[in-house]
Every structure is written in structure tokens, then in C-alpha cells.
Design a protein around this ligand. Structure first.
Ligand code: SF4
Ligand code: SF4
Length: 359
């Protein structure tokens, strides 16, 4: 393995550090050991880099024991970027043929290959909401996961069109466009470059893309707006559709990665308030959002660890309290471990707009 000199400071600094950030690391909760901490990960990268550990599928697996939540970097006095080192190390593992099996399987998903059911849902939605339109919504792949989520996407398209007072095209992340950020973090550098270029072309042909991926919003700048921000900027109109509903207080589990890429906390609070919900953000003592372990790559390679990290967060802070999450994936991950009243921010808003009180 050849790691760029720019990363050597992080590798050396972390592998010699007395594990100062271990208590903030969700992967440490997941593994129940120090292996998943920044210290553990950088020690493994250093050992592979120096030839002390063989470059193999087994050692490569360890490189995926991180959710890229960035909590260690936020805590670190040196701002060490553990995620950037792992991205580089994973790209080496993929290009040398040592990617773990679960990661190789993930590549198909990242390419936008859909099951027959998902394709049927996409076709049905496209029949009702065409891909055309100067403004288009690029919907994340999770909207096609079930009949219920596809139905909510149809509901969301009607809300977007009402708020914009214009037709809005419907596109799907994966097949129509993707920021490439997940592919890059998984180690598929070429795929990531291709997806990034395709997304830029797609955006160039529209006046605006509404996206529900923070990475796409950050990559496209003024050509894109995050869905949450688009709705929050029209909060007064959203409030009209929710008027008369009983006010309630819920918790807000803000996405850890999301917050680093595009900070949407204020938009989320405003949007939930428009739906009559007062949200209390769940932050640790240092004002950082916690990480649930539901991140796609980590959960694919280390499902048992991801389950333990999710259970730990539910036990420590969520319980069964009504909770909104920034990210639909985090919501379903936490639901699986007992947080039965946890739904994505957008699902709370859609349910309230449809006057169901809760999703
Ligand atoms: S990220 Fe900072 S605090 Fe954490 S192990 Fe590395 S040097 Fe230590
Ligand atoms: S990015 Fe998050 S999961 Fe990864 S080592 Fe740092 S704290 Fe742990």
C-alpha cells in the first residue's frame, strides 16, 4: 500500500495517540473494542503501509470499520482527518483486488442497478411525474425501497409542485445522477469521478436541482438546493397545510456526516416548526450530533457492529421518544433497534401535511 505523504501526519499522529477520541467513536461502541477507533484504524493502515500486515481481504475489511461520522476529527486537537486516510486506503484495497465481498456487492448498488420491484415503482412514479422540467428533484434510492416510501415520494412531488407553482421533473439518484461521494468513500474512485462528472452535466441542463443528498448539494453549489432547505425556505406555505394540528415536542437526531457537509440543523428546526413540531436537537456535551452506525458502507461490511452502535444510541438517548432524523437511512436503522417512533424529518412533515399527525 502506498499512502500519500499528505496523510502520513494523521497516520503517525493517531497511531501514537493515547486514544484520546475513543469515547466519541460509534465504531468503538459497535466493535466493543478499540479496533474501530481512529487509533486502531490508523495503526492498521500504518502496519499495512509498512508491510507488517499483508494486504488481503481480511486486513482490507478493517478499513471499513468507520462510519465517516467525523466525530474524531471534530474532537481532535490536531483536526486529524481519519476519513480522508481511509478513503485513500480503501481505493488502494479496491484497485489491488482486496475489497471485502460486501463492498464488491455494494458497487452494483452504487451503479444504480435496481431490483424489479424498485424499477416498477420508479416507472410508475415517472408516469405520474415526468423527468422533464427546468427544476427537477433528484430523489435518493431509498424512496424506491417499499410501496409506502414510493407513495410518500408521490406525495412529496405534489407538495414540491404546489410550493413552486410549476411542474418539477423527477429523477432518481443512481441511474440519473449521483454525487459519487459514497462510491469514493467505498474505494471506487473511477466510478466516483464518472458519477461526479455526470451529475455536473445533469445540473448544467436544468435551472435548479433539488437534491436530498448533502454531498450532491455541496458539489453543485448554486445549481442545487437541498430538499430540506428548499422546504424550509417555504416554511410559511408548509405551515398553512399543517395548520390546526396538535403541537408536539420531538427529538431531533441530526445526521453527523450531513452536518459536516451541509449544516441543515436550522432548516430542519424551521421545517419541523412549520409542521407544528418543536424539535430538541440531540447533541453530545461538545455540541456534536451522535452517530447511529447506520451509514451504508459500514453497515454493509460490519452489520453486527452497526447493530450494536444503533442499539447503544437507542438505549442511551432515544428510547421510544418521537424522534426526527436528518437521514431516512438513520431512521430505519434506529427503528430496527427499538426506536419505533423515529422517522426522517421529511416523513414527519409529509405525514403532518397529510394530516396523519405522525408517519
Ligand atoms: S483523531 Fe486525534 S484524538 Fe483521535 S486518535 Fe487521532 S490524534 Fe488522537
Ligand atoms: S469517523 Fe467516526 S467512526 Fe470513524 S474513527 Fe472517527 S469517530 Fe470513529
Amino acid at each position: 500500500m502506498t499512502i500519500a505523504p499528505a496523510h502520513q501526519q494523521t497516520i503517525l499522529g493517531c497511531s501514537l495517540c493515547p486514544r484520546l477520541c475513543h469515547h466519541v467513536c460509534p465504531a468503538a461502541h459497535g466493535a466493543g473494542s478499540e479496533e474501530g477507533t481512529a487509533w486502531g484504524l490508523m495503526t492498521i493502515v500504518a502496519a499495512i503501509d509498512e508491510g507488517l500486515l499483508p494486504a488481503s481481504q481480511e486486513t482490507a475489511e478493517a478499513l471499513y470499520r468507520c462510519t465517516d461520522c467525523g466525530r474524531c476529527t471534530a474532537f481532535c486537537k490536531h483536526g486529524n482527518e481519519v476519513g480522508a486516510v481511509l478513503t485513500a486506503a480503501r481505493a488502494e484495497a479496491v484497485s489491488s483486488g482486496h475489497a471485502p465481498e460486501a463492498v464488491a456487492a455494494l458497487e452494483l448498488e452504487l451503479e444504480g442497478i435496481r431490483s424489479d420491484e424498485e424499477q416498477a415503482r420508479a416507472d410508475h412514479l415517472r408516469d405520474r411525474h415526468s423527468a422533464d422540467g427546468a427544476t427537477a428533484f433528484l430523489a435518493g434510492a431509498h424512496w424506491l425501497e417499499s410501496d409506502e416510501s414510493a407513495e410518500r415520494l408521490g406525495q412529496l412531488m405534489l407538495l414540491l409542485e404546489a410550493l413552486a407553482a410549476a411542474p418539477i421533473g423527477l429523477l432518481f439518484e443512481g441511474t440519473d445522477g449521483s454525487s459519487g461521494a459514497t462510491a469514493r468513500r467505498a474505494g471506487f474512485a473511477e466510478l466516483a469521478d464518472r458519477q461526479g462528472a455526470e451529475l455536473a452535466t445533469l445540473a448544467a441542463n436544468r435551472s435548479l436541482l433539488i437534491v436530498d443528498c448533502p454531498d450532491a448539494a455541496a458539489a453543485l453549489g448554486a445549481k442545487a438546493v437541498h430538499l430540506t432547505r428548499f422546504l424550509a425556505e417555504r416554511a410559511d406555505a408548509v405551515a398553512v397545510t399543517c395548520a390546526g394540528l396538535a403541537p408536539a415536542t420531538i427529538k431531533l437526531h441530526g445526521g453527523c456526516r450531513e452536518r459536516r457537509v451541509v449544516n441543515l440543523t436550522n432548516d430542519e428546526l424551521r421545517l419541523l416548526a412549520a409542521a407544528g413540531l418543536t424539535a430538541e436537537p440531540l447533541l453530545d456535551l461538545r455540541g456534536e450530533p451522535e452517530c447511529c452506525g447506520g451509514e451504508a458502507i459500514y453497515a454493509a461490511v460490519w452489520p453486527d457492529d452497526a447493530a450494536r452502535a444503533g442499539r447503544s444510541l437507542v438505549k442511551r438517548t432515544l428510547g421510544c421518544s418521537p424522534t426526527a432524523t436528518s437521514n431516512a437511512r438513520c431512521a430505519s436503522h434506529l427503528q430496527r433497534f427499538g426506536a419505533s417512533e423515529t422517522f426522517a424529518v421529511i416523513d414527519w412533515v409529509l405525514a403532518r401535511c397529510a394530516r396523519q399527525e405522525s408517519p
